[in-house]
Design a protein around this ligand. Structure first.
Ligand SMILES: C[S@@+](CC[C@H](N)C(=O)[O-])C[C@H]1O[C@@H](n2cnc3c(N)ncnc32)[C@H](O)[C@@H]1O
Length: 372
């Protein structure tokens, strides 16, 4: 997964081949227009302003709005435009920092962000750790692109699932998923909190799923780059009991291209996006272990309604009749953001470092335990 997504020459993101948006390979909320950023901005301001007011704010220091995995750069640009227009005093003390490991994507972001009204730079979390910033980190649909480990139940034990290249003289070479070695004890220990070590007669031989081994290192790196502030993760995610329930027998790994979904992760490697849902319980555990304080989580539909989506929808009727086409497009996008069968089911999860009272506006209490 890492290879086919991120190889600089052959990877779907590494080469910059994938396109995000209605005319591209798949849509994300920010790619549907500026309303998403306009709704998100007040929440970011609520997190940033207390940092600005702090005594610790050194003269000349800028707060950072960091985006990990900025894709086309649309979310970063739209947020910068809203902040510069509606919160100019804050914007004067703000910089954009983009964390993008794929050169092909970074090249496109540079083009889009030529119009950015804030200072902007590209960095890695490792570089940020040399001089950590204070501010907000956004991870919008990026953790689902981190490589997962696939595991398979063989009827008596858990094994790694491997990708094997089959090549014999008689047939075209092909890739197949096959069971590998039994899991090492260090990996097996990750299965206990997910309920996978308890015998379950409903789980048939060949049942397979994913583990999110790359999320904890990402959270560690992100924490090292942010000395104080908030992290907002927005992504496809499921509670552990849903993710690892016996009925979900093939995990969540999916391929996307040209607005088509495909359940075969081995299809034409390097030309499709590959994505796996996050497990909410694993993410919460990993975040806490990495020093992030959970501030609350909810579905995107709830978050955006709490941030004023209904009022924005209502406000469309004030557009002049010459703006009917724009009003229809924005109405469709706003409804897609909250559609429980689509983007509305995404999860928003907020975490803090050194900001104990910064509950998000969309959720005043930390989320309830996510068991049945
Ligand atoms: C699905 S796109 C999301 C784009 C954008 N955030 C949006 O929602 O429109 C995933 C982005 O994450 C980047 N990416 C993949 N792995 C990453 C990593 N480990 N760290 C940061 N960015 C990564 C990809 O190159 C791409 O820009």
């Amino acid at each position: 997964m890492d290879w086919v997504l991120h190889d600089p020459q052959h990877g779907a993101y590494g080469s910059g081949r994938l396109r995000i948006g209605p005319q591209g390979d798949f849509v994300t909320s920010p790619s549907l227009g500026g309303d998403f950023s306009a709704l998100l901005a007040p929440q970011l301001v609520e997190w940033l302003l207390p940092l600005l007011a702090e005594q610790a704010m050194a003269t000349g220091e800028r707060l950072a709005l960091v985006e990990s995995g900025p894709g086309e750069g649309t979310l970063a640009l739209d947020l910068a435009l809203v902040l510069a227009r509606d919160w100019p005093e804050l914007a004067k003390r703000l910089e954009l920092v983009l964390v993008e490991p794929n050169p092909g994507m970074a090249a496109r972001q540079r083009q889009v962000l030529r119009a950015c009204p804030l200072p902007v730079r590209w960095s890695s979390f490792e570089q940020l750790a040399q001089a950590p910033v204070r501010g907000v980190v956004l991870a919008h649909e990026v953790l689902d692109a981190l490589a997962v480990e696939r595991i398979v139940w063989d009827g008596t034990s858990w094994r790694q699932q491997l990708v094997r290249l089959h090549a014999d003289a008689a047939a075209e070479p092909s890739l197949r998923l096959e069971p590998g070695e039994p899991l090492e004890p260090s990996v097996l220990s990750r299965l206990k909190p997910l309920g996978l070590l308890e015998p379950n007669p409903q789980r048939p031989e060949g049942w397979c799923t994913e583990l999110h081994c790359a999320v904890r290192p990402w959270l560690d790196h992100c924490a090292a780059g942010l000395s104080q502030g908030t992290l907002l993760v927005v992504d496809y995610a499921l509670e552990a009991w849903r993710y690892y329930g016996p009925q979900r027998s093939n995990g969540t790994l999916m391929a996307y291209r040209q607005q088509q979904a495909c359940s075969d992760p081995l299809v034409e490697p390097g030309t499709w996006d590959l994505t796996a849902h996050l497990c909410i319980d694993s993410l919460l555990n990993d975040a806490e272990a990495a020093g992030w304080q959970p501030l609350g989580h909810c579905r995107q539909g709830e978050a955006l309604l709490a941030l004023g989506l209904a009022e924005r929808l209502h406000g469309l009727q004030n557009l002049p009749s010459s703006g009917l086409e724009e009003a229809f497009a924005r109405r469709e996008a706003l409804l897609r953001f909250v559609d429980p069968g689509a983007l509305g089911d995404f999860r928003w999860l907020a975490f803090g470092r050194g900001v104990p009272n910064q509950m998000p506006r969309f959720r005043r209490e930390p989320g309830p335990p996510t068991n049945r």
